[in-house]
Design a protein around this ligand. Structure first.
Ligand code: KPL
Length: 306
């Protein structure tokens, strides 16, 4: 197989959306599924829904990442809790010029990847694209949001510009960011506010921004994360207003955490709220609202008693 420019690992909402958009734009891409059965389900193409418009895209599929010639970019679009098992396999699938891109919610993924692969190999991405996986190989694109790419400790990197070029060609509102740590804190504030609240209430993102009690809570959750980000040296600009704006902009989407709860999958609670709580505790920043939400989510997803 000729090495692709972009190899996307993970056929969840983001992986499907990204791989389909790259294919449509002519960016050499392959989507890596979870194994032969999952690859078989994708053989008929990826179905992308935008409003009333349905498009089936013939995305090149691989059943295992070991079947793919080392690409220019491995984009790891798996859930944060699947990263640890994936990284040793990615480490064995690197070419001399391969860069690995973390695409997870939360704060931990870039550091986890850097610890496994070396920080020189890794770029971090964060996205506010809103997408819901509606079935195997089916994704509904429900809100256009920005995507940032950059080195995990900040600064510029020509590889980020190259990936951004591919993403822009694919129609993403992508930009290279020289301040990725602040971007990741900002995205964590948005996710710590929207995701657990939507999962606890079973509401789409837009309703959280529309109803008075949840508007107040969204703000409070995001502002607590903002206080921790400031203490960590990455001040955010009005994180409360931003959480409200993202919830409104992605109004018809259900957050990835609610999608996980509905599908009976583990959630990214630890990577999002857990990670900000741990960092805040180390920095001496109180986070009472996030603490309550964390315990409520943990209770919601406990196995049912026998
Ligand atoms: O990142 C998201 C998620 O659901 O994980 C947002 C931007 C909140 C879109 O739903």
């Amino acid at each position: 197989m000729t090495p692709p420019a972009v190899a996307v690992v993970g056929a969840g909402a983001m992986g499907l959306l990204l791989a389909a958009a790259c294919t449509q734009a002519g960016v050499p891409v392959v989507l890596v599924a979870r194994g032969p059965e999952a690859a078989h389900q994708l053989a008929g193409g990826v179905l992308v829904t935008r409003g009333e418009a349905l498009t089936r895209v013939a995305v090149p599929i691989a059943a295992r990442l070991e079947d793919v010639a080392p690409p220019e970019f491995w984009v790891l679009a798996v859930k944060s809790y699947d990263l640890a098992a994936l990284l040793p396999r990615v480490a064995r699938a690197l070419g001399p010029r391969t860069t690995v891109v973390t695409w997870q919610n939360g704060l931990d993924a870039p550091e986890e990847a850097a610890a496994a692969l070396g920080s020189g190999r890794v770029l971090a991405a964060a996205t506010e694209q809103a997408a819901t996986r509606t079935g195997p190989g089916e994704v509904s694109h429900r809100g256009e949001g920005p995507t940032w790419v950059g080195p995990l400790s900040g600064g510029r990197d020509p590889r980020a510009d190259r990936l951004v070029g591919y993403l822009q060609a694919a129609g993403f509102l992508a930009a290279a960011s020289p301040v990725m740590p602040a971007v990741l804190w900002g995205k964590a504030a948005v996710n710590a506010a929207i995701n657990p609240l939507s999962a606890l209430l079973g509401w789409p993102n837009g309703r959280l921004a529309a109803e008075a009690p949840t508007r107040t809570l969204l703000r409070e959750l995001a502002e607590e994360v903002g206080a921790a980000a400031s203490a960590a040296g990455h001040p955010l600009q009005d994180p409360g207003a931003r959480a409200l704006a993202v919830a409104a902009a992605t109004g018809s989407n259900v957050s990835s955490m609610l999608q996980d709860v509905r599908a009976g999958r583990p959630t990214e609670l630890e990577a999002i709220t857990g990670a900000v709580l741990r960092r805040a505790a180390a920095l001496g920043v109180p986070m009472p609202a996030n603490q309550v939400v964390y315990h409520l989510m943990a209770a919601l997803t406990m196995p049912a008693p026998p």
